[in-house]
Design a protein around this ligand. Structure first.
Ligand code: DQA
Length: 174
């Protein structure tokens, strides 16, 4: 008990008094791959008219009601995505990733996910299994805890519950 109090006191100081509670909150990293910055304008018959900014807004809103922290990012560059995954341990309890086209091609992303060992969930807006043959295979899904796909923007909200549960189940007690 005493050491828990000391730990909290140190954390408070490190946090400059901005909220020790936040320091112990579950943090989830959302990573979005190539062309997802074009959502809302891109192949709207498949991906719909909701922009990535709007999806982010909905995810952050839901995160607030769950009292968890979310960082939400997007890049078109494979190496940048690898860097984001590699920097996640110690900062996040779980990763949610929509690798977009890299789902079907990237050994580098698969290796990065396997290397960091953080619970990771793969998501897609569309049902990749009901589309072209080349989309049926995901190189990243086998190293993820699971995959959610086919629910449009709702995939991003459904996955938040899954990621929070995984992060809580695997986090070390302070
Ligand atoms: C996607 C599916 C991928 O096959 C595609 O390359 C994307 C989007 C999805 O969210 O449905 O860019 O990841």
């Amino acid at each position: 008990m005493q050491s828990a109090c000391r730990c909290a006191a140190i954390a408070w100081r490190l946090d400059f008094g901005c909220g020790v509670v936040r320091l112990f909150r579950v943090r989830i990293l959302f990573i979005n791959g190539p062309n997802l910055n074009l959502l809302g304008r891109r192949e709207t018959g498949i991906y719909g008219r909701t922009s990535l900014a709007e999806i982010k807004k909905r995810v952050l809103q839901r995160a607030r009601s769950l009292r968890v922290d979310v960082d939400f990012c997007q890049s078109n560059h494979e190496g940048k995505l690898v860097d984001l995954i590699g920097a996640a341990p110690g900062r996040y309890g779980a990763i949610v990733i929509n690798p977009a086209a890299y789902t079907h091609t990237s050994v580098a992303l698969r290796d990065a996910i396997a290397a960091v060992g953080l619970p990771t969930v793969e998501i897609h807006l569309s049902n990749i299994h009901a589309r072209e043959d080349f989309r049926h295979r995901s190189l990243t899904a086998p190293v993820c805890a699971g995959q959610i796909c086919g629910f449009g923007p709702l995939s991003y909200l459904l996955v938040l519950d899954a990621a929070v549960a995984l992060a809580k189940a695997t986090r070390k007690q302070p």
